[in-house]
Ligand binder design. Structure first.
Ligand code: CP3
Length: 317
């Protein structure tokens, strides 16, 4: 059992550190990223840690200018509007450009090894990263992204290829630095209809996963939300595990995804947020379903919300 706390800020010790540093400084200073990664592990008996970074900061190595704005969320100052914007993207020098995360991973792994706690590395998926690059920040109905997809099809595919050229070396270097597994976040995939997911997203994911799998035997998990209606498509991805949200039950996911794959999920973060009286039975229900399904990792269906009392995490564990 482990938790993603993205958008979290539910720990006072995180908020305290965050009050003194910009988000990007936390991410780009290995000692600080190490500290934030370790914070929940000092409090709770978790079975895994996830490296502190964001899915968006690696885009800076493509020449994307971004920041995390107080009370607003991520903002991209030079969003993608057409093919020439994509052609103007930089070729990423992953080892140099993103060395801060690899160094943070090394610091975490040397501390976690003795405790026998594996560290997860991660990346955004091409579709979800594209959506941020095209919308320019906070996502809504993905209007610009969909218009782009439907009207500039070849540019869309080019953008996916450019992102894969970043994601593959980025995730492999996280493994080289000591991460035990990689999770690919496709948080916004559920905003597409199955037909568009199949046409604009799935082939690129297959390409990405193929390249990853030819280079390493380390496990890969595909995370998506709102994708209950297209699990039969997602099932085609040759990953080791799938992270699903609360819109699909574990037993239904097992039925569709088949007996081989690891299933991770799927507590609603709003149930974790409280009240305390409702939480234990829901955790128990998911754990029982997971035991029945087998090959199961208890997790949230999405990130912890900021108002979650830390005490509730202890209860869920
Ligand atoms: O669990 C962890 O802390 C691991 C590190 C992590 C962060 N973001 C740190 C973060 C991970 C795995 C992410 C993933 C991420 N980032 C995703 C995919 C998962 C998901 O939630 O769907 C996405 C879509 C992002 C983009 C992003 N980053 C958004 C939309 C926001 C703003 C959220 C909000 O409500 O304000 C962020 C900021 C962010 N990333 C925070 C953290 C801890 C909060 C920033 C702060 O302290 O101000």
């Amino acid at each position: 059992c482990w938790f993603m706390r993205q958008a979290g800020r539910y720990l006072p010790e995180y908020r305290e550190l965050r009050a003194r540093h910009r988000m990007l400084d936390l991410i780009r200073t290995p000692e600080l990223a190490f500290e934030v990664t370790m914070q929940p592990l000092r409090r709770f008996e978790l079975d895994a840690a996830i490296i502190f970074a964001d899915i968006l900061n690696p885009l800076m190595s493509l020449g994307i200018e971004l920041d995390f704005i107080e009370g607003e969320g991520p903002k991209i100052f030079n969003p993608i509007a057409c093919e020439s914007d994509i052609k103007a993207l930089k070729r990423p020098q992953v080892e140099d450009d993103l060395s801060y995360t690899f160094d943070a991973i090394k610091l975490c792994v040397s501390e976690l090894q003795g405790k026998n706690v594996p560290l997860l590395g991660f990346s955004g998926a091409p579709f979800t990263l594209s959506a941020y690059m095209i919308e320019g920040g906070k996502l809504g109905d993905l209007l610009k992204t969909k218009l782009f997809m439907f009207s500039q099809e070849s540019a869309w595919h080019l953008l996916q290829e450019r992102l894969i050229e970043l994601i593959v070396p980025y995730t492999l270097e996280q493994l080289n630095s000591g991460a035990a597994v990689i999770q690919i976040f496709d948080s916004w995939a559920g905003f597409l209809a199955a037909a568009e997911y199949e046409k604009f997203v799935l082939p690129h994911l297959k390409n990405l996963i193929g390249q990853f799998k030819r280079a390493t035997s380390s496990p890969l998990v595909y995370f998506s939300t709102g994708t209950a209606g297209m699990l039969d498509l997602i099932k085609q991805l040759p990953v080791d595990g799938f992270s699903i949200d609360w819109r699909t039950s574990i037993s239904e996911a097992r039925r569709i995804l088949g007996p081989e794959k690891i299933i991770q999920g799927n507590l609603d973060p709003l149930i974790l947020a409280g009240p305390e009286s409702y939480l234990p039975a829901q955790v128990e229900r998911i754990v029982m379903e997971g035991k029945k399904a087998g090959k199961f990792i208890f997790n949230l269906g999405h990130g912890i919300i900021p108002s979650t009392p830390p005490q509730n995490v202890a209860i869920a564990l």
